[in-house]
Every structure is written in structure tokens, then in C-alpha cells.
Design a protein around this ligand. Sequence first.
Ligand code: MG
Length: 294
Amino acid sequence: MVKRGEVEFIDRLRHRVRLPASSGIVLGIGDDCAIFRPRDAVEDLLFTTDLLIEDVHFRRATHRPDDIGWKALARGLSDIAAMGGEPRFCLLSLALAPYCDRRWTDAFYRGLLRFGVPLAGGDVARAEKVTCDIVVAGAVPRREALRRDGAGVGDAIYVSGCLGGSALGLATRRGAAWKRHVHPEPRLKLGRVLREKLHATACMDISDGLSLDLHRLCKASGLAADISAPPIFPGATLEQALHGGEDYELLFTLPARTPVQRGLFRIGTMRNGRAGEVRLDGRPLPPLGYDHLR
Ligand SMILES: [Mg+2]
């Protein structure tokens, strides 16, 4: 059974929303960030928002408050990286659980502020469980944001690193894999390189698993994809690399003959076919990644 609850929900919502030209929104629901184009400005502005909820995304028993603060912002920064952008500021609304004392909140904000992205405002409330709602604003030269919908037939498909580490860390709570799970590193520098130097045709971050995220990129670009196994995080399984979420590496496409630097892994090729269809070594790969509405 293909888990497509979230994909369908977003599709339905997108069709209900109108974006008049006067809004300045040139890209709405369905990419890593929304793009706002101020009149006569040299930059487009990027906006992304994410929820991080206790017992959904993390547990009190296993996640330290500074890790939670780090991750709350890292997820948004990864979306800015996916567009080739540069973060400018963030806003945070935070619901604190009864157990969150001064030490907890100090550690949480220490984790969040470690990225050096200015916190420009937000809201605080009390609730049964910790809930973080973060907005990150970024910028990119006008019309140059990387999007999911630009891949062409024959483009090479790449990932920026080993996959499955976060899923392995969640399962074992140990070593480098656990670090990968609690301290993902948003690929901001690489996002810029992909935009400025390698001229990526499409890009997104891998937040919900390669199978589901590549399906989304293909769907947005109106194409299909053929891939072989991606590089696997040491100790992880192929299943974890294909379907495990929260690796926050970048998934992108380049014109076939673009020379690339070390550390980028070519996993396949874009092709004509039913939009969104992905084959692994010739066999259909269902989008089984993490579906938040399953
Ligand atoms: Mg994303």
C-alpha cells in the first residue's frame, strides 16, 4: 500500500488556494519554500515553516533540550539550502510543557541560536507537550531559486551524502548515527554551490526519505526516474537508506555531463514516463518514505 496521505492532502489544498499576482508569491504550496518577489528588488525572499512536536518528532526521555532547539531550526535551514538560498532570520512560536524549567528553556535556545541565524520574534505559551513552530526567512538572487520542478529528461540525479543514518540512529540511539539523527547539518553551502556553480536544474532536501522525496521531485518536474542504490550510511540497511527520513541531505539534478566535485553521488537519470514513477534497478520503487498524515 503506497502511503500517499500527505501528498494528496497537499495537492487538494493547493487547488483550493488562489495566488493573485498582486500577492507577490511566485511559488506557493508544494516546494521546500514559498518564494515572495518584492517589486523591483534584486532578491527573492524564501519562507518555510516547520513543526517539531514532543512525542511526534522527539521524546523527552531521549532528546536533550539543546538538541531539540538545534533540530527545530535545522529543518527550516535545510529547506532554505534546498532552494540555494541564504537564511536571514527566523521566528519561533514555542509551547512549553509543565516540566520545562528555566534550565530547559536556556538549553533549548542555546541549541537554536548556535546557527547564528537571528531570532526576530515569536510567541510563547504553555501546553501539555512541547511544540515548536518555526518560520525561517531566506533570500536568493531574483529568479535564481532552485526548485523541484525544473528537472529535464536525461538529467543526472544526485544525492549529497550517505542516507539512512538518521533512521539507524533512531533505532539504535548510538554513535555517529544518533548524532546524525539529533544534529542534522543543513547543507547551506552546498545549496549555494548547486545554484551558482553547478546550475542544478532541480533540488530539494531529503526530509521524508529518498523514495518519497524523489517521487515528489519527479512529480513536480512531470517526469519519471531510474536509479540504483544510493550510498548507505555505515551500518544502515538499504531499506533505511531508501525510506528512512530526516537525513537532510540534498537531492538534485544536473545536466548529464556536468562535472562535479567529490562527495556528490550520482544515483540515476531522469526519464520520460508517468510523472512521479521511480524505478530502482529496473523495478518500481514505491514512495514509502515518512508520510506525516498516514
Ligand atoms: Mg524540504
